[in-house]
Every structure is written in C-alpha cells, then in structure tokens.
Design a protein around this ligand. Structure first.
Ligand SMILES: CC(C)(COP(=O)(O)OP(=O)(O)OC[C@H]1O[C@@H](n2cnc3c(N)ncnc32)[C@H](O)[C@@H]1OP(=O)(O)O)[C@@H](O)C(=O)NCCC(=O)NCCS
Length: 197
C-alpha cells in the first residue's frame, strides 16, 4: 500500500460543493474561527483545546514537522470540517494512527463527516498504517455510529477521563480498527482485489 492521495479534491454532498484540502499555516485564522464556533463539549475528545491560538499554533508546527496530517473541508470559502491523522513513528506504536475529526454544527448530518472520515482512512492506508484508533465522549452518537460503520470496534472505556469547562467529568470511549487483520481476512477470501477495483 503506497497510495498517495492528491489534494484538493471536490465532492458534491448534501451540504453542497465541498473542497477537501491539506491544512497549512495559511489556514491558521480560518481554523481558529471554525474552532471557536464549535460547542466546547465537541472538543473534549481532543488532547488540547484547539480554540486557543497557542494550541492551534503548536498544531501547525506539528503539521510542518510531518507528525500530523490535517484535511480541511471547505464550503464557500469557510472551513466546515477538519479530519486529522496523527502518527508517532518514534514511539512503540509506529504502525498505529489516530483519527481526530470535527464538523461545524451548521452542516452536520449532511455527509461532510463521512467524506472526511473516508479521506482520512485513505490517508492512513497510503501511509501503510496497520491499526487506527479514534476516541470521543460516549454521548457522541453520530461519531460512534460513523466509525462503527467503517469497521471500528469499541476497545476501551475511560471513565471520568475528561473535565469540561463547568468542571463536569465525562467518559471517553476508544474505538479501534485493525486494518491489517481486515486486509488479511479479505485476502483469505480472495476479496482484496475485488474491493480495490
Ligand atoms: C462525528 C461528526 C464529525 C460527524 O459529522 P457529520 O458531518 O455530521 O457526519 P455525516 O453527516 O457524514 O454522517 C455520518 C454518519 O454519522 C451518523 N450520524 C450522523 N448524524 C447522526 C445523529 N444525529 N445520530 C446518530 N448518528 C448520526 C450516521 O451513521 C451517518 O451515516 P450515514 O452517512 O449513513 O447517514 C460530527 O458529529 C462532530 O463533529 N461531532 C463532534 C466531534 C466528535 O465527537 N468527533 C469524534 C472524534 S473522532
């Protein structure tokens, strides 16, 4: 698997015409605006609060170092979604990637999240990753349904793991996708080629 995806890409979704492109330093202000408009509860799955300029600046630094790849969904010049693939090639989990994704509340339920998750998944395949993980607060029904439909399965529940701005704690669920195992199963059934074409 050494597929390299090229961007920008365009898709016609229920949300309208949406462009998917790689995030760079030039997007800093637009992403900050996008993040600030999100309900803070929807940011609890992230390790840091991306609506803070300092955190966003560190994120862009990681993109430039190549540790993170972020894709933006852009509609009519506005950022409406972001999907990120995080890897740590120097850790004991160089084969694992984490997907982080968030879509603007205004366009939810209109296909942006599904398209972003598929793009991010394709990036992970292109990078040769063998396993993927995602995490979210347990009440994010849409996120859980979306990733389960892509073959992710619950692997862990972290109780009272994050604390919101009002001091209330929330549980986090971790879902995993063993890409290598699924591919091996497809090959065993002779389906891998059928799926690729
Ligand atoms: C998860 C999230 C990105 C989905 O974005 P979205 O643009 O609304 O997603 P889509 O419209 O493409 O819907 C994708 C799937 O989610 C599920 N879904 C969407 N809205 C739903 C809802 N209100 N209730 C239950 N499931 C829902 C459906 O399974 C849908 O599948 P379909 O394509 O067969 O209809 C968005 O809800 C979000 O930003 N949540 C907050 C951040 C978060 O918790 N992220 C998860 C961490 S990775």
């Amino acid at each position: 698997m050494s597929e390299t995806r090229s961007y920008p890409r365009h898709a016609k979704l229920d949300a309208g015409d949406v462009e998917f492109r790689l995030m760079s330093r030039a997007d800093e202000l637009a992403v900050l605006e996008f993040a600030k408009a999100l309900p803070t509860h929807d940011l609890l799955f992230l390790p840091r609060n991306i609506s803070q300029p300092k955190v966003l600046s560190a994120w862009i630094h990681e993109i430039e170092r190549g540790d993170i790849t972020s894709l933006l969904a852009v509609k009519d010049g506005n950022v409406v979604g972001c999907g990120t693939l995080v890897r740590d090639p120097h850790s004991w989990s160089p084969h694992v990637g984490e997907i982080r994704m968030v879509v603007s509340a205004k366009v939810r339920g209109q296909g942006v999240g599904r398209a972003l998750s598929q793009e991010t998944f394709a990036l992970a395949l292109g990078a040769g990753l063998e396993k993927l993980s995602v995490q979210m607060t347990v009440d994010q029904q849409a996120a859980i349904a979306l990733f389960e439909s892509l073959g992710f399965k619950a692997e862990a529940l972290l109780r009272d793991h994050v604390r919101d701005v009002d001091g209330k704690t929330h549980d986090i669920v971790v879902l995993g996708h063993n890409i290598a195992q699924v591919q091996a199963q497809l090959e065993a059934y002779g389906l891998a080629e059928a799926v690729q074409h």
